[in-house]
Write a protein that binds this ligand. Structure first.
Ligand code: ARG
Length: 571
């Protein structure tokens, strides 16, 4: 793709003295208001170097570069040089290239040879995968896809919460009140009910807590009876999680969860001791982080058992040694900010300079219109139920609207699940938000169904045009003057920006940048489609417009793909 900023910087560099090409390029802006041009160059810095008034320089530059064929018009306005591109060339280049690249439009090789670990989802075994977990799963999956598209080697890790004292409680409860058949039938709901019961009963009989602690100690020692039950809980839970992942189209390269590090912790504790970081406090071992404005981190309890944070330190060290990551990303709720600050600091204090490459990517809370969620009290919303409900409601809407589809069930799945994912990725991830059914499934708002519908509409135009006409447009031989109207041009500009948008989303770990951009593309496409006939009698005009439809469709599809959403051909 022609890099227009670079091209313009070259032209400026020829025209003026006193500044390097790169510095010139960094100053070039894209005006928010397109009446100020496609690109603008502010002359303040140059004015300082040349000791002249900025408007004079602007005027001078405009005169010098105005004749270049890439511009339709160059205007000095106060201290700015406003540049309008010659649309035909730009449109032809851009649309031609998108058509040529198709599925891989927006891909890059900037990450070549670098490994990025994306850790996401990480639910707790035998606890429900609730709506709060959707966020980690969906945001993490999108960040993984973005990094993959940018050419990085990626490793997707599900750091399962499959270890810790709660398993003592679960085993204790199962032994007292449990039933094998019930667990097999509905593992998570059943195990959760035991867990809930344990807390109710332990209120009345505090000796249960000690019993549970003893069981966990046996588990940590590898006693076969406890290990077997734990393993069984884990397997059954994972079956249920995998069903949800399959619905979402999500996969992992590794399920190395907390238990994976149980034999890797003694070394870490020893290392902390050797480097003088451990302090004793009431029988427990802690790292004092007061100097850094953080509360102390508990590394081992007085009975010697390790904690969540100990496992995270061990996991990071293991990952560095095993994967030699360039970045190690953690998509985890912002409630755990302190936890991540603490352990990343400890890794730094251990002397590992790669601590800076461990990045916590926090996100805000999601609540439901009808109240919050808490695992303790068992008041939870099950993700699977949410997804099923989305699919069912979408099926009703599809019937009502007489949506064009060959397979209602398949389309309802794509759209219903896509809608939930899209909503998750619409806001800045750090913002708290309220999950609203009306908003999610609205076909007219800035929603998943709207963008998918736009894609299907483009597909439908291509079907109507017929194979031969589409083939002709796909050769890239078209007269761009037919797609240089304001509507078409605004659309092409958004398509042109797509690769930069992906790169920005990657740097900021912010999929919503992609989400918003494809909403913009869908809206621009619909304006174009609404105002101009595509399937006109004039063959040349039709070919050019079909080329633009193909380019828009490909870009929307690639964008949805980066969010983890399917693009239906019909709906
Ligand atoms: N299992 C934890 C939870 O559900 C999240 C784990 C986050 N990842 C980590 N490396 N600490 O709260």
């Amino acid at each position: 793709m022609v890099n227009y900023k670079e091209k313009i910087a070259r032209i400026l560099n020829e025209a003026v003295e006193g500044m390097e090409r790169e510095d010139l390029q960094n100053l070039i802006e894209i005006p928010a208001d397109n009446k100020m041009g496609d690109y603008a160059f502010p002359c303040f810095k140059l004015a300082k170097v040349l000791r002249k008034a900025p408007p004079m320089i602007a005027k001078d530059i405009a005169e010098k570069i105005g004749g270049d064929p890439i511009f339709a018009k160059v205007e000095p306005v106060n201290a700015y040089v406003n540049m309008f591109l010659a649309r035909d060339v730009y449109v032809k280049d851009t649309v031609g290239e998108i058509i040529d690249k198709g599925d891989s439009y927006g891909r890059s090789d900037m990450g070549e040879g670098k490994t990025v670990i994306v850790e996401y989802s990480s639910p707790n075994i035998a606890k429900p995968f609730h709506i709060g977990h959707i966020r980690s799963t969906v945001i993490g999956n999108s960040i993984y896809k973005i990094y993959d598209f940018l050419g990085y080697d990626t490793v997707r890790i599900n750091h399962l919460g499959d270890y810790g004292t709660q398993f003592g409680k679960m085993i204790c409860a199962y032994r007292r009140w449990g039933n094998k058949e019930d667990v097999m039938k509905e593992p998570i709901k059943t195990l959760l009910s035991y867990y809930t019961k344990f807390h109710v009963e332990a209120e009345k009989d505090p000796s249960l807590d000690q019993e549970a602690r003893d069981i966990f100690t046996r588990l940590e020692k590898g006693e076969p009876e406890e290990v077997e039950l734990w393993q069984w809980f884990r397997d059954e839970s994972l079956k249920e999680f995998n069903r949800v992942y399959a619905m979402l189209g999500i996969e992992f390269d590794s399920y190395a969860g907390e238990s994976f590090y149980s034999d890797k912790m003694p070394r870490i504790v020893q290392e902390l001791k050797d480097k003088g970081l451990l302090e004793e406090s009431q029988g427990a071992q802690i790292v004092n982080l007061e100097e850094y404005g953080l509360s102390p981190a508990l590394i081992t309890k007085s009975d010697g058992s390790t904690l969540y944070i100990t496992r995270d330190i061990a996991a990071a060290v293991y990952r560095k040694e095993h994967y030699d990551f360039y970045k190690n990303l953690y998509v985890v709720a912002s409630q755990q900010n302190l936890h991540f600050q603490q352990w990343i600091k400890i890794v730094e204090l251990l002397g590992y300079d790669w601590a800076k490459d461990c990045v916590h990517i926090p996100f805000g809370l999601v609540s439901l219109e009808d109240g919050t969620m808490s695992t303790r009290e068992g008041r939870v919303v099950f993700l699977e139920d949410v997804l099923n409900r989305a699919v069912e409601q979408t099926r009703d809407i599809i019937r009502e609207k007489n949506v064009n589809t060959d397979n209602i069930d398949e389309t309802a799945k794509m759209v219903g699940i896509g809608a939930v994912i899209f909503q998750e990725l619409s806001n800045n991830r750090i913002k708290d938000y309220v999950f609203s059914w009306d908003k999610v499934l609205n076909f007219e708002g800035e929603t998943g169904p709207y963008v998918q519908y736009t894609h299907a509409r483009a597909a439908s135009v291509l079907r109507k045009a017929g194979e031969e006409a589409v083939k002709k447009a796909q050769t890239g031989e078209f007269d761009a003057s037919y797609i240089s109207s304001d509507n078409a041009y605004e659309l092409v500009k958004l398509l042109y920006a797509f690769p930069e948008v992906i790169a920005e989303a990657g740097v900021k770990y912010e999929p919503s940048i992609v989400t918003r951009h494809i909403v913009d593309i869908a809206q621009a496409f619909n304006r174009f489609y609404h105002d101009e006939h595509v399937l006109v009698d004039n063959e040349d005009e039709k070919t050019a417009k079909l080329a633009l439809v193909i380019a828009a469709k490909d870009t929307i599809k690639n964008g949805l793909g980066l969010l983890g959403i399917k693009a239906p051909e019909k709906m």
